[in-house]
Ligand binder design. Structure first.
Ligand code: ASP
Ligand code: MG
Length: 417
């Protein structure tokens, strides 16, 4: 069995879906599980819908209409015959969303979030499965909510591996299957989600459970690059990468693959290919077991929209085990992920995503025992395998608020202009 993953960009329009179908035609006779994300930026659109439902009822209708209109445009192009059964299936999903929007809001935001967020994937896979069938590719649509079994940690659910393996291996045996990335189901038959951009992880889960021969992530870039071409136009492709290096890169924020993807693959020694859906015959990158591959090509990783918090005990005590554990308890409770930390005698600094709701609460919680200062609009910039020249090239004259270096990795917090 092979596992493929197609992300939002690869299915963002009718033409993009046609392209996916052309790629899959070549695998018609093979056994493949195809994991698909929500189309284009639809997960953001669903986040907007959920926020409206929870905090701004007036905006619910336009937010939902935006989602419906976006899918309709794709549907009309792919299925000119308006009596095609895909319209019935899509309408069914839309009425489920409408029914859910009528219900009372659960006070746990994350639970409400997971009730809706996966509809982007349910819609995309429904539309694409119907289109592939139309194109003569026999596919089985399977429901990840019944296959990827998780706990109830909404928005970042943990996989129950034994159960998941049991159901997935019983369900995917022969032929082509299509399922949703990013979502799962808990023991109460509720939908859960695995964290934004989690579809790569879903592909790895299926691969692990099926002892797949490989995973291929189809992207709009030619492979795993040493930088995001949006921020660094001279980006080059990394041909072969070890699991270890890939984990390091994704840990530091390289957005090509979701950080949780590598571990299940490494555990079963399953190679991961990153290939271009625009140019499918090109070789792409491969991530697999080896200590030899990693070249010394420097990799640049930019994480924008961060905030740097500087935390000082009010009673002038040193930063030590006791208060670090207090600080970390508050951070863990807030659900915030720390991207970089550093301490001095009286000061503990953390760099985190500037998620306003969570950060405001964290600062308030910390303020009881600590003085908290912050710098907004900062970028966390990491260079793996750095040289002084590569650092100079990117940091240039930017204001450096904090710097950290090990032998392989240099990290900078830069003030955005
Ligand atoms: N659609 C989800 C997201 O945009 C999952 C994914 O694309 O991997 O976060
Ligand atoms: Mg996506």
């Amino acid at each position: 069995m092979k596992v493929f993953k197609f992300g939002g960009a690869s299915v963002k329009s009718a033409d993009a879906v046609k392209n996916v179908s052309l790629i899959l035609k070549k695998y018609k006779e093979e056994d493949v599980v195809v994991i698909v994300s929500a189309m284009g930026k639809m997960t953001n659109a669903f986040e907007h819908l959920i926020n409206s439902y929870c905090y701004a009822k007036d905006e619910v209708k336009p937010a939902l209409n935006n989602i419906i209109d976006f899918h309709n445009e794709i549907l009309w192009d792919l299925f000119p015959n308006r009596s095609h059964q895909v319209y019935v299936l899509v309408n069914e999903l839309v009425s489920q969303i409408e029914d859910l929007l009528e219900k009372d809001i659960d006070e746990r935001f994350d639970k409400s979030y997971d009730t809706f967020i996966g509809y982007g994937e349910l819609l995309s896979t429904t539309i694409i499965a119907q289109y592939l069938t139309e194109q003569g590719i026999e596919v089985n649509w399977i429901d990840a909510r019944n296959l990827v079994k998780t706990n109830s940690d909404y928005r970042q659910a943990t996989i129950q591996w034994d159960k998941t393996k049991e159901v997935i291996s019983a369900s995917c045996t022969k032929g082509i299957y299509i399922s949703q990335g990013f979502i799962g189901g808990n023991n109460h038959n509720e939908m859960t989600s695995l964290g934004r951009e989690g579809s790569d992880f879903t592909a790895a889960i299926f691969a692990y459970c099926l002892d797949a021969e490989s995973v291929t992530i189809w992207k709009d870039v030619p492979g795993m690059l040493n930088a995001d071409p949006k921020y660094y136009p001279n980006a080059k492709k990394l041909e072969k990468i070890s699991y270890r290096e890939a984990i390091e890169l994704s840990y530091y924020g390289a957005s090509v693959i979701h950080p949780k993807t590598i571990k299940p693959l490494q555990n079963k020694d399953i190679p991961l290919y990153v290939k271009s859906f625009l140019n499918p015959i090109e070789s792409g990158s491969v991530i697999q077991q080896s200590d030899k591959f990693d070249t010394i090509l420097p990799s640049f990783i930019f994480i924008k929209d961060q905030i740097l918090l500087s935390i000082t005990p009010r009673d002038f005590s040193f930063i030590a085990e006791g208060n670090i554990s207090e600080i970390f308890k508050l951070i863990a409770d807030s659900g915030i992920k720390v991207n970089l930390m550093q301490n001095s005698a009286l000061n503990f600094s953390i760099c985190i995503k500037n998620d306003e709701r969570k950060v405001t609460k964290l600062i308030a919680d910390l303020a009881k025992n600590f003085k908290v200062l912050y710098n907004e609009h900062v970028t966390l910039f990491t260079v793996r395998h750095y040289t002084e020249d590569t650092i100079k090239e990117v940091v240039g004259v930017k204001k450096v608020l904090l710097e950290q270096r090990t032998r392989q990795t240099a990290r900078f917090i830069l003030q955005e202009e």
